[in-house]
Design a protein around this ligand. Structure first.
Ligand code: HC3
Length: 418
């Protein structure tokens, strides 16, 4: 049975529990992890993997480093951001026919990888830095140019007609400058989203509201998202404009299109768009993407996502729900026990790559946050802290020798119950 048939059977109540799932959503308490989704909606991929969606096209990610004009650099940053949206928000539904419920990462879970292409090596580090509330932090560096993205995110969900998700957290892109010792900094907010198609048993994501990118060089981009309305509009639509910070009416560039399909970049305000104002365009169908390379499972650290969840993921693939439940609960129980031990011993779980930023106020948020309505504290109370990449810790991790089989088994037993 293909996924479309599966979904329509499920929606009609054909042997699956989609109806029960819809009922449970109506009394939803906002805890996404607590949603008991029917089997066909379960995914064996953990949310720590989602950090890789920021860099499907490393050359586009690194491109701002080669541009010296600050407005054009800001435009290249906006273009890169827009090119990430398709993989971030539509890749699961395109691949499987519906949005899935990802695995809820455990504290300390890691997802490490790299991209290798004409942009050189670009490294990814993603770590689950908080479990209550759940928050994932990431750091992506293009080694040849030094372009670096770091950020952390959590989700706050609510129910009104459908599942609505507000993203908490932010990202900071650092672009080394050819004319100054000080790199340019771009503060990025994350769009809100909601789930469509729930009633038909084939959920997919639509983005809504607005998100922003503001730079230390004095430019801001606003991206407005909209979907298909009852009467007009196309799904996954957006319009974006780039302007000098604080002067929203003085539009330097405008971008419009569909984040799943194609978009065009024009100079000036949208009302003047013509062939002659066209600066650039993007069509994901015509672009190559660079696959992420991760170490083979047996070479991974026991806390790396694909290794840690491999038994759960295999059980999901086989549709063996009993095994899914058993394997998940092994991890959950071991994690609860680990937290209890830490409490008794008066210590805290040590994050491997990130630290809570305690020298508040944070420089980037203080300088750039007010222009786009981001608070100085970075919503730290909702993400277990204001998380920043810790280069010293990362250096130490890099220097660690590969774990022996015995050491790896000990960690897997103690922290994952495996
Ligand atoms: C809401 C979501 C979990 C969070 C996912 C986030 C916001 C994570 C950060 C990434 O950078 C972007 C991103 C993309 C997709 C978001 C997921 C979509 C669905 C999932 C819910 C927990 C599952 C809801 C269950 C249902 C009904 C879709 O199966």
């Amino acid at each position: 049975m293909d996924s479309a048939q599966q979904n329509s059977n499920a929606a009609a109540g054909g042997g699956s529990s989609w109806g029960a799932f819809l009922k449970s959503i109506a009394s939803f308490n906002g805890d996404l992890a607590s949603l008991t989704a029917p089997p066909f909606i379960l995914s064996g991929t953990s949310l720590t993997e989602f950090s890789s969606y920021w860099c499907e096209h490393p050359p586009v990610f690194a491109a701002p480093a080669k541009e010296s004009d600050p407005a054009k650099r800001a435009l290249l940053v906006l273009k890169w951001f827009l090119t990430t949206l398709k993989q971030q928000y539509a890749s699961r539904s395109e691949q499987y026919g519906n949005e899935k419920k990802p695995l809820n990462p455990f504290l300390g879970e890691l997802f490490l990888g790299k991209w290798e292409d004409e942009a050189g090596v670009t490294e990814l580090i993603s770590e689950q830095v908080s479990h209550h509330p759940p928050a994932t932090a990431y750091n992506i560096t293009n080694l040849p140019t030094g372009v670096r993205l770091e950020g952390y995110n959590a989700q706050k969900a609510s129910f009104s007609k459908t599942i609505n998700i507000k993203q908490i957290g932010h990202a900071v892109l650092t672009v080394p400058s050819s004319t100054s010792d000080q790199p340019d900094t771009f503060l990025i907010t994350l769009p809100s989203l909601h789930i469509e198609g729930l009633i038909f048993g084939s959920p997919f994501i639509e983005l809504d509201g607005a998100s922003y990118i503001t730079s230390s060089t004095g430019y801001t981009a606003k991206i407005d998202y909209s979907g298909k309305g009852w009467l007009s509009g196309k799904k996954n639509s957006f319009v974006a404009s780039l302007y000098p910070t604080g002067k929203e009416k003085e539009v330097l560039y405008n971008v419009s299109g569909q984040w799943t399909k194609s978009f065009e970049i024009h100079s000036g305000a949208a009302k003047h768009n013509s062939k002659s104002t066209l600066v650039d365009s993007w069509d994901p169908e015509k672009q190559q993407h660079t696959p992420l390379t991760v170490a083979p499972i047996e070479k991974q650290h026991p806390l790396e996502s694909r290794r840690a969840w491999s038994k759960v993921a295999n059980a999901i693939l086989k549709g063996d729900l009993e095994a899914v439940g058993q394997e998940k609960s092994r991890i959950e129980v071991a994690q609860r026990e680990a937290r209890a031990r830490e409490k008794v011993e008066g210590r805290m779980w040590q994050r491997r790559y990130f630290s809570v930023y305690t020298d508040a106020p944070d420089r980037v948020l203080t300088q750039l946050g007010p222009a786009i309505g981001l608070a100085e504290h970075g919503d730290a109370d909702k993400t277990g802290g204001l998380w920043r990449f810790d280069a010293t810790k990362a250096e130490k991790e890099r220097g660690q020798p590969q774990l022996s089989d015995e050491e790896a088994s000990k960690i897997a037993k103690e922290l994952l119950g495996q």
